[in-house]
Design a protein. Structure first.
Length: 527
């Protein structure tokens, strides 16, 4: 059987000198799918880098409207191909067609593409800054190289390297993209790339604006992200892989933006348990089991005070988790990874409450799992007991008192999210006031009385956080226009003649509505 083509230099072509091949697997039936995909050698990656340089040169003269039109057309193309995309993604990931893929994730994907198009047209994201007295002007502009994107397995549309938030932000900033598919859903990614190439051709963008390869050897991936022709790298996945890429990119001075691991701590204060323990347990179970627990914002750590209310809350949560069906995991490696994570937690003092084993039968499954540990044991082995279990698995930590709640928060690693549940009547306010100043330093998004699962595509959203949740706490992977800045460079023009300046820095406001910082004042007026 012939290998599927890769998208390089503006066309679908055979991989050059592939070093192997692979096939995707249906997680529900545990059967191998028919299509066979190449594992690219560096010959493919070198061609992609070379072609991207040509696209960069061409993109400098492309009108802003052309980039916006591409993003809108791409979104339209995805909606036209919704049936095929949803069916293929379901086959490769076992994620439900309804409502997850068709009614939630695909609309989210097209929405963020269109939000990116609107930001491109508005141009305020470029942060045009003008100092007329010194004749110095600056703005955000495209990078000098392509953005290399490594997509994850758990969001085949919304975080895909060819259609997700990183892709939308990179294109909006005016950069070409070299996308690496996740081997868990290569067929889905190929369909997305077909729709993207069609949009490239319809809008008139340079042919090599979007390129795709499916897989490579680890050493070739490291070589790619450390190549001086790369402009930036975006990665979503495991901490081990992310840190290896970061080390390679850092050595070459290539900016890299990582989303790696997070246990997303949830603190449930005593008054909240008195007021609504059953309700919170239901919210926790729903959040923990959503998508078989394979969300980056899954509540993997719950902290309560050791008393009768806390024990009862654990009991209710355990009963609910045990009665909920075990979802199908995204790949054959999922159950094994969960076995390793749960074994690690138990080795450092955690006790199994429910679950803790593979589920036999069709599909890759692992039982919904709950563990418990004392606050003293957690503080003694905080690093090991924050091991991420990527599935419907959570560790309850029982603190002796409020003081230990705060101590536990102080020992947390960086996380994407952190949550505090408190009594609506105010009985927990004093404890909240002690806990919140510590917790907010450990998270990118702080929630009150709400489980963390789910990331709204909002300009105000922060999907980031301190290390090791991400590689840098100052950036977000979701939330336009802020997410665009990861893939842009600040350019400064000192005493440059007006006609030689980018339109956003000339005296006349090119849109009439774009916000610019002129002589220390935000304004939409001409200079």
């Amino acid at each position: 059987m012939a290998l599927e083509a890769v998208l390089l230099a503006g066309e679908w072509r055979e991989a050059r000198e592939p070093v192997g091949s692979f096939r995707a697997m249906n997680p529900t039936t545990e059967t191998v799918l028919d299509a066979e995909y190449p594992i690219s050698s560096f010959a493919d990656l070198a061609l992609a880098l070379q072609a991207a340089q040509e696209a960069i040169a061409a993109l400098r003269s492309v009108p802003v409207e052309t980039i916006a039109q591409f993003l809108d057309t791409f979104a339209d193309n995805l909606e036209k191909r919704a049936d095929e995309l949803v069916a293929t993604a379901h086959l490769e990931t076992a994620l439900p067609q309804e409502p997850r893929l068709r009614s939630i994730e695909l609309p989210r994907t097209t929405d963020q593409l269109r939000q990116a198009a609107a930001a491109v047209r508005d141009r305020s994201w470029r942060m045009a800054t003008i100092d007329t007295s010194n004749n110095i002007r600056s703005c955000y502009a495209p990078l000098a190289g392509p953005v290399v994107i490594f997509g994850p397995n758990n969001f085949p549309f919304a975080f895909n390297a060819v259609s997700g938030g990183d892709f939308a932000a990179a294109i909006a900033a005016g950069n070409p993209v070299i996308a690496k598919a996740h081997p868990g859903h290569p067929g889905t990614t190929k369909l997305l790339a077909e729709a993207a190439l069609d949009a490239v051709q319809q809008s008139g963008l340079p042919p090599s604006t979007v390129q795709l390869f499916y897989h490579s050897r680890p050493e070739d991936g490291l070589k790619l992200v450390s190549d001086r022709r790369a402009g930036a790298v975006a990665f979503t996945g495991s901490r081990k892989a992310g840190l290896a890429l970061k080390e390679a990119a850092d050595r070459a001075g290539i900016p890299i933006y990582l989303e790696m691991s997070s246990v997303n701590p949830v603190f449930v204060l005593p008054g909240a348990l008195v007021e609504r323990a059953d309700e919170i347990a239901a919210e926790f179970t729903s959040s923990c089991t959503m998508g078989a627990g394979q969300f980056c914002t899954n509540p993997g750590l719950v902290v309560v005070v050791q008393d009768e209310k806390g024990e009862r809350f654990l009991e209710i949560a355990g009963e609910r988790l045990q009665s909920a069906p075990a979802g199908v995991l995204l790949s054959e490696h999922g159950p094994g990874h969960l076995v390793e994570a749960v074994d690690t937690l138990q080795a450092y003092g955690a006790q199994l409450v429910v679950g803790g084993q593979r589920v036999e039968g069709p599909g890759f499954r692992y039982a919904n799992t709950l563990l418990r540990v004392s606050g003293d044991d957690f503080l003694g082995h905080a690093d090991e007991l924050q091991t991420e279990a990527f599935g419907a698995t959570s560790l309850f930590v029982f603190a002796k008192d409020t003081e230990q709640l705060v101590q536990i928060a102080e020992r947390l690693e960086g996380n994407l999210t952190g949550c505090i549940y408190s009594d609506t009547g105010g009985s927990d306010d004093e404890q909240y006031a002690q806990l919140e100043p510590v917790l907010w330093k450990k998270v990118g998004r702080l929630l009150n009385d709400k489980m963390p699962t789910g990331v709204a595509v909002s300009p105000a959203m922060v999907h980031g956080g301190p290390y090791p949740a991400t590689g840098h706490p100052g950036f977000t992977a979701v939330g336009i226009p802020a997410s665009i800045h990861r893939f842009a460079a600040l350019h400064c023009y000192d005493n440059v003649r007006s006609q030689r300046l980018p339109p956003v820095l000339q005296d006349r406001n090119p849109t009439g509505t774009m916000w610019r910082f002129v002589d220390k004042q935000w304004t939409q007026q001409n200079v």
